[in-house]
Design a binder for this molecule. Structure first.
Ligand SMILES: [Zn+2]
Ligand SMILES: [Zn+2]
Length: 188
């Protein structure tokens, strides 16, 4: 059974929780890369595939997380076939989920007095994510010395919302998902 640290976010497990509701929990990053650095995660285990696509099941705080991890392993085994079959169903939930996470992150930064022009909210793209449980990096800049490289945003060009890079802004992600694209390291 895979152990997932973000399935077990609680103060007793050593997390410094800043905000939570029944679906999401936000906590201070243990090794902050920026002046303000929060991780926002769904309570339900939502794994990230090689490309950023999120599963279709509605979020539920009661559902068994262990069972979800087993299911995810099985899903990964069927990844190549199923991702195409499910692609259409996946999209609408994906962008709305990304947008609601972004809204929560922005609200947290509002409350902390972080100026809007000094914010970065985004996701790492597998395999460059260190924890395979969907997590939004919510950052109030400036970055600490030498810590920015992991979070470099690559601007879109032509019809791409994002250029080459392993970090995607929440807004770039939502727009790519909206237009039916899979988010990866390459431009999308
Ligand atoms: Zn998890
Ligand atoms: Zn990350």
């Amino acid at each position: 059974m895979a152990h997932c640290q973000f399935c077990e976010v609680s103060t007793t497990n050593g997390f410094n929780i800043i905000w939570e509701n029944e679906l999401f929990v936000a906590f201070w990053d243990r090794k902050p890369a920026a002046e303000l650095h929060i991780q926002l995660v769904p309570r339900q285990h939502i794994g990230m595939f090689m490309n950023l696509r999120i599963n279709t099941r509605p979020m539920s705080s009661e559902s068994s997380r262990k069972r979800q991890i087993v299911e995810e392993k099985r899903r990964r085994a069927w990844f190549v076939i199923r991702i195409y079959l499910r692609a259409v169903a996946v999209l609408s939930l994906n962008c709305s989920q990304v947008r609601s996470m972004k809204a929560i992150g922005e609200k947290l930064l509002d409350d902390l007095g972080s100026p809007p022009s000094m914010r970065v909210l985004g996701f790492h793209i597998p395999p460059f994510n260190s924890v395979n449980h969907l997590h939004l990096h919510v950052q109030g800049l400036p970055y600490k010395p030498l810590r920015q490289a992991k979070y470099r945003i690559s601007s879109g060009f032509a019809h791409f919302n994002k250029g080459f890079g392993w970090f995607v802004e929440a807004e770039q992600a939502a727009r790519s998902l909206e237009t039916g694209r899979t988010i990866g390291v390459f431009p999308c």
